[in-house]
Design a protein around this ligand. Structure first.
Ligand code: RB5
Length: 153
């Protein structure tokens, strides 16, 4: 398995991030744990930023972000050009967001979902394949929106 995945959490997602790391490590994924490493209170946008920079630069092919609800991480990640972050707490969404949105970052909420289901969501998301076609045209529209915002700044 050669997929390189960058992972991070804030304090509210630390325990679930550790479970995800353990599960993926056992199956030979190449992983970068970008923090946090303790339960000390930290700010989720900082950790989302590091993972998104790994993905946008190509240092990682995918990113996984965990906070208490998953919502803060999703909002923060989607501020970064080139990132399509999806909050998924069920396997249908995890598969479909890969097929339709080519999401490159998965967000989860430790306070929302149990570990067993979260690990299944991660596996489904990693296995999902982008379907292209009409979905690519929609992603191209998103990319154009990003360029318009940039040129208006
Ligand atoms: C931290 O208490 C919490 O606000 C954070 O983990 C996340 O849920 C934010 O969306």
């Amino acid at each position: 398995m050669s997929l390189k995945i960058s992972l991070a959490s804030d304090h509210g997602g630390l325990l679930l991030k550790r479970e995800i790391l353990r599960s993926l490590q056992a199956r030979g994924y190449e992983l970068a744990d970008r923090g946090c490493y303790t339960e000390e209170s930290v700010d989720y946008p900082d950790y989302a930023g590091v993972v998104c920079s790994d993905v946008v630069s190509g240092r990682a092919e995918r990113g996984i972000l965990v906070c208490g609800t998953g919502i803060g991480m999703t909002i923060a990640a989607n501020k970064h050009a080139g990132i399509r972050a999806a909050l998924c707490h069920d396997t249908f969404s995890a598969r479909t967001t890969r097929e339709h949105n080519d999401s490159n970052v998965l967000c989860l909420g430790q306070r929302v979902i149990g570990t067993g289901l979260a690990l299944d969501v991660v596996d489904m998301w990693l296995a999902g394949v982008f379907a292209g076609g009409r979905h690519q045209a929609r992603i191209d529209k998103l990319t154009r929106i990003e360029s318009t915002i940039k040129s208006n700044c």
